[in-house]
Design a protein around this ligand. Structure first.
Ligand SMILES: Cc1cc2nc3c(=O)[nH]c(=O)nc-3n(C[C@H](O)[C@H](O)[C@H](O)COP(=O)(O)OP(=O)(O)OC[C@H]3O[C@@H](n4cnc5c(N)ncnc54)[C@H](O)[C@@H]3O)c2cc1C
Length: 376
């Protein structure tokens, strides 16, 4: 019997996760297309800690809560029960700061209620400055912070490499190109520099670029880009591998990785469109703020790299996924905003389940695509 030909356009965390799952299916012939300019996943800060958000959208919360819970078992499966490389994903805990100490205790109370159905959040404790210093020796301030034991950090770029590598071992093809899509009867046609290729099913995992891809098929898409910039500093002779993720008041989160590498950011720039240029003034200001709110050491650290990427938002900030209305076997997800790295693997799995005619792990009706993707 002829294999079902499936294409995935876009290999950020959503497309690469879908590729991993579909590549395991013997009756599927899978091709992945990705040209990674502007990719959110490889630019992302890498914080997996959705439980203490003040956001009230319950459907969004369910997606990110289940996304965070999904990570450890997903990676265990991807790694064939071998240890998960800590440079890709590590549960290091999260430290959350608030202007007023009483807000820490309020948040602790909210978190403890949420923990009833999110045990993966782990212990929630208000730490004294001394206890913070035990975890992060460079801490110089006198403020307390709320510690969430289950918080994790993930390197999006390395995660995608791992997933695509596994998909390739399972037989998937990868084409590193920007492509376009058209339809001919029941077939979808992908146009690349190699010519045209026909597919039975297509997943569009293209985040903020969904309007471009669906325009030739005459769809209007409620998605807009948001630029995010981050700066990576290196603290010399400092072991940062086990430091928790630090979330001070404001935009500047601090995400320590191995060998003294620490990410600081990110910006949320609504007017920048798909622009990716670095603004050194903004980035240096972020380092300075991190120094003021957490530790002066960041001002002294050397700048190692800048990162810039694009997030995708709907007009009401809600994510969606499903089959494109009126387009049989064309599936997509977008609008994952600033928590798409958290939700990405489970959303990618849901898209793979739709291709396989299975019920998705997340309830489709809570993320209604027809509100955001409409025929003109
Ligand atoms: C600076 C920054 C910090 C962030 N921090 C966090 C965080 O700490 N925690 C968290 O949970 N989330 C975070 N996010 C959000 C998260 O990164 C995104 O929501 C998530 O990565 C989106 O994944 P995706 O797979 O949908 O899209 P992307 O990762 O953007 O991937 C889409 C891919 O499709 C490709 N593509 C588009 N059009 C085409 C085409 N025509 N042909 C071929 N390829 C195409 C793109 O180039 C890209 O590679 C952050 C985002 C940014 C920008």
């Amino acid at each position: 019997m002829r294999k079902q030909k499936v294409a995935i356009i876009g290999a950020g965390v959503v497309g690469a996760s879908a590729a991993y799952f579909l590549s395991k299916e013997k009756e599927i012939d899978l091709t992945v297309y990705d040209e990674s300019t502007g990719q959110g996943t490889s630019a992302a800060a890498g914080i997996i800690s959705p439980w203490l958000s003040r956001r009230r959208n319950k459907k969004w919360y369910r997606m990110v809560k289940e996304g965070a819970a999904f990570y450890p078992n997903f990676l265990k499966e991807v790694m064939n029960d071998q240890p998960i490389p800590p440079s890709i994903y590590k549960k290091v805990g999260t430290l959350l700061f608030k202007k007023k100490e009483k807000h820490l205790y309020e948040l602790q109370e909210i978190g403890e209620k949420r923990r009833e159905d999110a045990p993966e959040m782990g212990e929630l404790t208000v730490l004294s400055p001394k206890e913070i210093k035990e975890k992060i020796p460079i801490y110089t301030k006198e403020e307390k912070a709320l510690w969430a034991e289950g918080g994790a950090r993930v390197d999006g770029g390395k995660l995608v490499d791992l997933l695509l590598n596994k998909a390739a071992i399972n037989g998937a093809s990868f084409v590193p190109e920007r492509v376009t899509l058209s339809q001919d009867g029941k077939d979808y046609i992908i146009h690349s520099s190699k010519g045209e290729e026909r597919f039975d099913s297509v997943i569009l995992a293209v985040s903020a670029w969904l309007p471009d891809l669906l325009e030739p098929l005459d769809y209007e898409v409620d998605i807009r880009p948001q630029k995010g910039q981050l700066v990576e500093v290196k603290l010399e002779n400092t072991d940062t591998a086990d430091w928790p993720v630090i979330m001070p008041q404001g935009e500047e989160d601090i995400i320590p990785f191995d060998n003294g590498h620490v990410m600081i950011g990110a910006t949320h720039e609504d007017e920048a469109g798909y622009d990716l240029t670095f603004d050194e003034v903004i980035l240096k200001e972020m380092i300075h703020k991190a120094s003021q709110t957490f530790s002066t050491h960041f001002d002294e650290a050397s700048i190692y790299a800048y990162r810039s990427g694009t997030r995708a938002y709907t007009s009401d900030y809600a994510p969606f996924f499903g089959q494109v209305p009126g387009a049989d076997r064309l599936f997509t997800a977008s609008g994952l905003g600033s928590t798409g790295l958290t939700a990405g693997p489970i959303v990618g799995k849901c898209l793979a389940q739709l291709v396989l005619n299975q019920e998705a792990d997340l309830p489709l009706h809570d993320y209604p695509i027809e509100q955001y993707v409409q025929k003109k």
